[in-house]
Structures are given as structure tokens and as C-alpha cells.
Design a binder for this molecule. Structure first.
Ligand code: FE2
Ligand code: FE2
Length: 362
């Protein structure tokens, strides 16, 4: 107990000690920390540069000779958070995964929900509930909780993808399960591209099926369709805070692809400078193409292809196209905030709607 009143009053100090031995705490001493007047995230804005990451990713291919069940994954550890939390934000895990030709992860399932975004390489695969999806650069993949899946690289070049999972949240909720398939039979193989054949149009689904509300029945979202949608939206409208931003949707519901993670793609057009805002919920961004600038809590982050960066909860942020357009992919825990009635958003009210810049991230 770190309390000035107790330090000045030995009897009070003794009383607090007695409480402590009975596993009690005086709310009047901890109220400000237990229920702060506004969010006080430990996660800090931070950027992981592709040019620093790529040599480490490649070195992991030489040094980490992994067994069948392991993954060669370099996870983003937020510098503001305790060791042992192993997370990019309090709720999100994000990482670079490197898979050499011929490598594969055996079938398994976990209660954490997962997404992947292919950064480099083509011709890897993931099989989700018997649906084998071929993955190329720019493709986005959803693995709903507790479905059997595997993945591997049958191409002749390494593949690098971004992993995003809700592991930190699931672990904090003590709801983490992980299982290897072992000797059991795999779910029956479906025709190649099964979920795409059924749901990829986005506005039509097989009429004899009832919508599945638990997670997206579409497992892979191909880059060509994603980019086309972005360009179509850019021709008609944009958000003042995010420029041309779109959410990947569950085609059965129109809602987020996962109950815990919203995934977005956004085009920051050349010369555009968005207004600043903040909201509850944290996010991890991946620069997919081009370059740009984001100002987070007054700090300027210049990003280019392959970089990842974190926007913590309730942090002011705005984006700008710096001398060319940039495309960002991002994962957000906003569905959690929304379903718990904790989503709050605020526009930056001062001056011209932009933050005062206090530094440049080096
Ligand atoms: Fe997995
Ligand atoms: Fe935002």
C-alpha cells in the first residue's frame, strides 16, 4: 500500500496491514487507479520498420529450425507493457510469420480467433474446416475460433504474412484452449475454393443456407477484389478521419469478420490529411503499399510498405498521404468495445482539428 495518509498514521498503517492479511483493499485508496476518469493504456504508440524486421525475419529462417508443431513467428511486443504479456496491445497479438518452402503447420484449433494478411510470396495455403485456400500477396484470411485448420508453403519461395489474433484478450479472460488434431481424421476435404465459391461476391449467398452468425463463413478475401472495392469507394466518398476506409465484412451479417476483431483496409490518398480523433479500443496497422504518415499522440510516424505500428486505445491519431498514396491494413478490437457497450469516440476539438506535433518517431 503506497499511501501518504498511512505513512503519517501508524494506526491506519496497521489497519491496512490487517486488511491485507485478510485479502482486502480499501477502495478509498485505490479508486483513482481502479476506475480512472479516462483510459490510461499501458500500450504505447510504436512502429516496427520493415527494413529492420526483414533481416531478423530472414535470420529466424536460419536459426530457428522448428519442429512440426512450431511456428516461426516474430511477435510485436509493445514497449509500454509488462514482460510476460507478449502483446501489441492489451487485447491484440500481431506478428510477422515466416514460412520456408515445404514447411507446414499440422492441423490444430484454438479458441483464439485469427487473421492473416499476406505480405510477401504466393502459393502458400491454409485449410480451414476442409476448405483449402491458396494464399497470394495481399490476400486476407480469417480463422474463426475453434475451427480445425492447418497451413503450409508448397511454393518454392519463402512466404511472410502478418498474423493477428485476440490471444491477449482470450488469455486475460481465462478462455484459452489449444488442441492438435493428432491421430483423428481431418474434416472432409471440400472442393478447392469452397467458401469463396459460396460467399465471395459479398452481396449474394447460397439461398438454401441459413446465415452463420458466429464468424465469417468466407475464409479468404482476395486482394484484387479488396483493391477494386477501395478504388470504387474512393470515386464517391471518404471518411474525414481515415480517408478511404473499408471494413472486411462477414457476408452473412454485414458485421465484422470476427466477434472480437474488426479488419480494415484503407487508402490514404496523396495530399490528403485527415482530421484527428480518438476512440476506445486499440489497433495494429500494416502498411501494405506505398507510404504515408500518421500522427499519434503528437508523435509523427512515417510508414512504408511492410511496417507495422500500434495506435493504443484513446490515443489521438490522424493520417496523411506523404508525396504519394499509401494503403494500410489494420486490426481493431472495436467489436469487443461495441458489444460491451464500451465504444466511445471523440473528434479532436482544438484548432483546425489536427494535433500539435511534438516529435518524430526515430
Ligand atoms: Fe492456428
Ligand atoms: Fe481511428
Amino acid at each position: 500500500m503506497t499511501d501518504e495518509r498511512a505513512a503519517a498514521d501508524p494506526e491506519l498503517k496497521k489497519f491496512y496491514k490487517k486488511m491485507e492479511t485478510h485479502h482486502l483493499a480499501p477502495l478509498w485508496e485505490i479508486m483513482g487507479r481502479l476506475a480512472p476518469v479516462k483510459p490510461t493504456p499501458r500500450a504505447r504508440p510504436h512502429l516496427w520498420r520493415w527494413k529492420d524486421m526483414l533481416p531478423l525475419i530472414e535470420e529466424s529462417g536460419e536459426r530457428a529450425l522448428l519442429g512440426d508443431g512450431d511456428r516461426r513467428v516474430l511477435g510485436l511486443i509493445n514497449p509500454g507493457m509488462d514482460e510476460g504479456k507478449w502483446a501489441a496491445t492489451e487485447t491484440l497479438w500481431a506478428a510477422y510469420q515466416y514460412i520456408l518452402p515445404g514447411e507446414k503447420a499440422p492441423p490444430h484449433r484454438h479458441s483464439a480467433a485469427a487473421i492473416r494478411f499476406i505480405i510477401e510470396g504466393s502459393g502458400a495455403y491454409t485449410t480451414i474446416e476442409g476448405d483449402r485456400c491458396i494464399l497470394d500477396k495481399g490476400d486476407f484470411v480469417v480463422t474463426p475460433p475453434w475451427v480445425w485448420h492447418d497451413h503450409g508453403n508448397d511454393s518454392d519461395a519463402p512466404i511472410i504474412w502478418m498474423d493477428g489474433l485476440d490471444i491477449p484478450l482470450v488469455r486475460d479472460l481465462d478462455a484459452s484452449f489449444f488442441e492438435l488434431l493428432g491421430d483423428r481424421a481431418l474434416p472432409p476435404e471440400k472442393p478447392l475454393g469452397d467458401s469463396e465459391g459460396r460467399y465471395a461476391s459479398g452481396h449474394l449467398r447460397p439461398a438454401w443456407e441459413e446465415p452463420d452468425l458466429s464468424g465469417s463463413p468466407l475464409f479468404v478475401y482476395k486482394w484484387a477484389r479488396t483493391e477494386e472495392a477501395l478504388r470504387r469507394l474512393a470515386a464517391v466518398d471518404a471518411s474525414p478521419f481515415d480517408d478511404v476506409v473499408m471494413e472486411f465484412t462477414n457476408p452473412a451479417t454485414g458485421g465484422p469478420v470476427l466477434a472480437t476483431i474488426s479488419c480494415r483496409v484503407q487508402l490514404i490518398r496523396s495530399g490528403v490529411r485527415t482530421l484527428a480523433h480518438r476512440h476506445t479500443g486499440g489497433a495494429v496497422y500494416l502498411a501494405v503499399e506505398g507510404s504515408g504518415t500518421s500522427v499519434i499522440e503528437g508523435m509523427r510516424f512515417d510508414w512504408e510498405r511492410g511496417d507495422m505500428f500500434v495506435v493504443p486505445p484513446w490515443a489521438w491519431h490522424e493520417h496523411a498521404g506523404a508525396g504519394g498514396e499509401g494503403i494500410l491494413f489494420s486490426i481493431h478490437d472495436s467489436p469487443v468495445m461495441q458489444s460491451l457497450s464500451l465504444y466511445m469516440e471523440e473528434a479532436y476539438g482544438e484548432g483546425d482539428g489536427h494535433q500539435e506535433m511534438t516529435g518524430i518517431f526515430a
